[in-house]
Ligand binder design. Structure first.
Ligand SMILES: *[C@@H]1O[C@H](CO)[C@@H](O)[C@H](O)[C@H]1NC(C)=O
Ligand SMILES: *[C@@H]1O[C@H](CO)[C@@H](O)[C@H](O)[C@H]1NC(C)=O
Length: 171
């Protein structure tokens, strides 16, 4: 599918889990699907739009910010190239997957409520951001040059940071 009409979303008031992964959604058609961010799918806990053609993280954050029960957002395997300086997210958001995109830097767009964050397979060179609730951080397949400062994530239990790509350092 490339869109779910807003009128359909209005009929799905009890929907808790929506998986639209591996489809043809764009920023424009996701705007329609989520009724321009008015919070229509008010019971939604999990939204999976992995593997679509989304490009704007600020649009995605604006569209989900009124989904007041959303805990899991999977936007992996989309075309994001940058992260805005600030974003608004539901205060319930715990899991965010933005792996397999083209991000070169991170910003305070990432919310402090996150417990699981997957940014693997981007083009990041550093990861410096205070995320007090974070339990799992996935950074494999980036170009990270030094380990992130540990005091920034006092609750971290899992860190994956394998496979430094596209770097040729000779010793
Ligand atoms: C989203 O869908 C992809 C592909 O179908 C799947 O691999 C992934 O686990 C799903 N994410 C969540 C949070 O359920
Ligand atoms: C994030 O998404 C990728 C690609 O869809 C998937 O392989 C990975 O398992 C997900 N990460 C987590 C922590 O669920």
């Amino acid at each position: 599918v490339f869109v779910m009409p807003c009128a359909t979303a209005h009929m799905l008031l009890n929907l808790q889990y929506l998986d639209l992964s591996d489809n043809l959604l764009t920023d424009l058609t996701l705007t329609e699907t989520l009724c321009n961010g008015d919070g229509t799918l008010k019971d939604l806990r999990v939204l999976n739009v992995s593997g679509n053609a989304l490009k704007s993280l600020s649009t995605v954050s604006r569209l989900v910010t009124n989904l007041s029960k959303l805990t899991h957002l999977d936007v992996s395997r989309n075309g994001f190239i940058s992260m805005p300086g600030g974003c608004s997210w539901p205060s319930t958001l715990r899991y965010l997957n933005i792996s397999w995109a083209k991000l070169t830097t991170i910003s305070p767009c990432l919310p402090e409520t996150l417990e699981v964050l997957d940014l693997s397979n981007n083009d990041l060179k550093a990861f410096i951001l205070i995320l007090p609730a974070l339990r799992e951080l996935h950074l494999s397949g980036n170009k990270i040059l030094s380990l992130p400062p540990g005091w920034m994530f006092p609750n971290l239990q899992t860190l994956t940071i394998q496979v430094r790509t596209n770097l040729n350092i000779s010793y």
